[in-house]
Design a protein around this ligand. Structure first.
Ligand code: SAM
Length: 473
């Protein structure tokens, strides 16, 4: 327990290596300890979360009967907190110039065969129009770290461009931002520019691995990177998204670190992370995953998702197109609440989808179009949601968490999801998606309270008949 202090602002104290090592040996010792496993599960049944230590014991558990219960509980928590809604978004790569040397990323500075691209505002406009024409309302912008090519001013200007475009009935209503760790002042400027979530993956919580994997460049500084979310919150950003890149270090270490990070944010800022992402390492230009000995298989991946769901029920979980349709289907049931669809990881890949311009960040596995993803979600019994209402109504940070912890977010999310789905069906869907989507809306309307149902029905009519948009509770 040496050095461990969740309330400290020092990276090595809130992500204490000694505490993680201790947690892992505790988990190993108790992985078959039935009374303890049952006790932890009983606590988890209250759906109020677990500590990193308790959750690590569940992750290590080898008892089949308990593992079945872990998955069943994850499924139940998922339904109770998020219902059958599934939020959709797309990444938008603005520039792949990068001065870092991340060993696992094709954007590393020494990679001379990847094409370096940075979009002009006009090219961004073309990309956003293409994304709006697919039906997207929510984006995550992605950039390499390069103070000369990608200064904050470029990010701010691009945000303005993205929010300003209204093509036909389209609009981008929430832009999440995934850029390198920066200063409080810069976070404040991002907040003022109206960003949704600030996303930054830790990559690995193991300092020693971190320093080897980031040998040079500004990202080499482990403390600067690990303390970034504190600076973001000091700068007024109250929705932050954390994650690790599974495959870089041992998964049980990463899992404990991830939860300790969440505990730290809650202890210091009174609000935990808005989302947790669970990317797994993918092959890419100049990157061979067989060089990484800690890559994890699908079963371990599913167990991680289920244990995160149980440990932090009120934190959204994100899956990208790094995963196959089959894996995505599996983890949607047990924890994931947001997914990307129709994604391109190249700079400029949406406006010219036929052209590979050799700027991709990694190989996407799920290559289906957004309409195919929406259709698939509906057939699986989910409501694809393009909703951005909470953020736009100021329900962020602790206000969102309070509602989410009380499971009251459902009262807003459910009708809003239906309204946004109706916009998608009216403006963008294929005939089959439209047909099955309308059935879902009719069915789900019945689950609303009479007052909310009446208002939702009125707005649905106005979307269909009057071409009006953007209704929300
Ligand atoms: N430059 C920003 C930073 O430093 O955080 C981040 C943006 S990068 C475009 C987004 C994420 O892609 C990284 O944080 C990393 O986890 C992930 N990534 C990098 N290389 C990858 C690979 N080969 N496979 C899967 N994900 C990868």
């Amino acid at each position: 327990m040496k050095n461990f202090n969740p309330k400290s602002r020092v990276a090595d104290e809130f992500i204490s290596h000694e505490e993680i090592i201790d947690t892992l040996s505790f988990a190993d010792k108790h992985k078959n300890d039935l009374p303890m496993l049952r006790q932890i599960l009983a606590k988890a049944e209250a759906e109020q979360g677990l500590t990193h230590r308790e959750a690590s014991v569940l992750l290590a558990c080898e008892v089949p009967e308990i593992n079945q219960k872990i998955f069943a509980l994850a499924r139940r928590i998922k339904l109770n907190y998020y219902g059958n809604r599934m939020v959709l978004f797309a990444p938008l790569y603005l520039s792949n110039y990068c001065v870092n040397s991340c060993v696992y990323c094709p954007y590393h500075i020494k990679n001379k065969h990847i094409a370096r691209r940075k979009m002009t505002q006009d090219e961004i406009r073309q990309e956003v129009i293409a994304l709006q024409d697919m039906g997207h309302k929510r984006l995550a912008i992605e950039l390499g770290e390069d103070p000369v090519n990608n200064p904050l001013e470029y990010v701010l200007e691009s945000l303005k461009t993205i929010y300003s475009i209204h093509h036909k009935n389209g609009s981008i209503r929430r832009v999440n931002v995934n850029i390198a760790a920066t200063t409080v002042e810069n976070y404040r400027r991002l907040k003022d520019a109206g960003i949704g979530t600030y996303i930054l993956f830790q990559e690995t919580y193991n300092r020693q691995s971190y320093e080897v994997l980031h040998p040079r460049g500004p990202k080499h500084d482990y403390a600067w990177h690990t303390e970034a979310m504190d600076r973001a919150m000091d700068g007024g950003i109250d929705d932050v998204g954390i994650g690790v890149l599974f495959g870089l270090s041992t998964y049980r270490y990463e899992f404990a670190g991830l939860l300790m990070h969440a505990e730290h944010l809650e202890a210091v800022h009174g609000v935990g992370p808005h989302t947790i992402s669970v990317p797994r390492l993918r092959p890419a230009d100049d990157i061979d995953t067989s060089d990484f000995k800690d890559c994890i298989n699908d079963d371990i991946f599913a167990k991680i998702v289920a244990c995160i769901r149980i440990a932090v029920p009120y934190t959204g979980m994100i899956i990208s197109t790094r995963e196959s349709q089959k894996t995505r289907e599996r983890v949607l049931q047990i924890g994931v609440s947001q997914l990307s669809g129709g994604s391109k990881t190249s700079v400029g890949g949406y406006a010219n989808p036929e052209e590979s311009n050799n700027s991709e960040q990694f190989d996407v596995i799920d290559n289906r179009s957004l309409d195919e993803v929406v259709n698939w979600l509906i057939k699986l019994g989910y409501i694809p949601s393009f909703c951005t209402a909470c953020y736009r109504a100021g329900r962020t940070g602790d206000r969102f968490m309070e509602l989410c912890k009380k499971k009251a977010i459902h009262n807003f999310c459910h009708p809003n999801a239906l309204l946004n789905l109706e916009e998608y069906l009216t403006d963008y869907a294929s005939a089959d998606t439209k047909r099955i989507g309308q059935d879902v809306i009719d069915r789900e309307l019945e689950t609303l309270s009479p007052k909310i149902r009446a208002k939702t029905k009125e707005w649905l009519e106005r979307i269909r008949k009057n071409n009006e948009r953007d209704f929300r509770f």
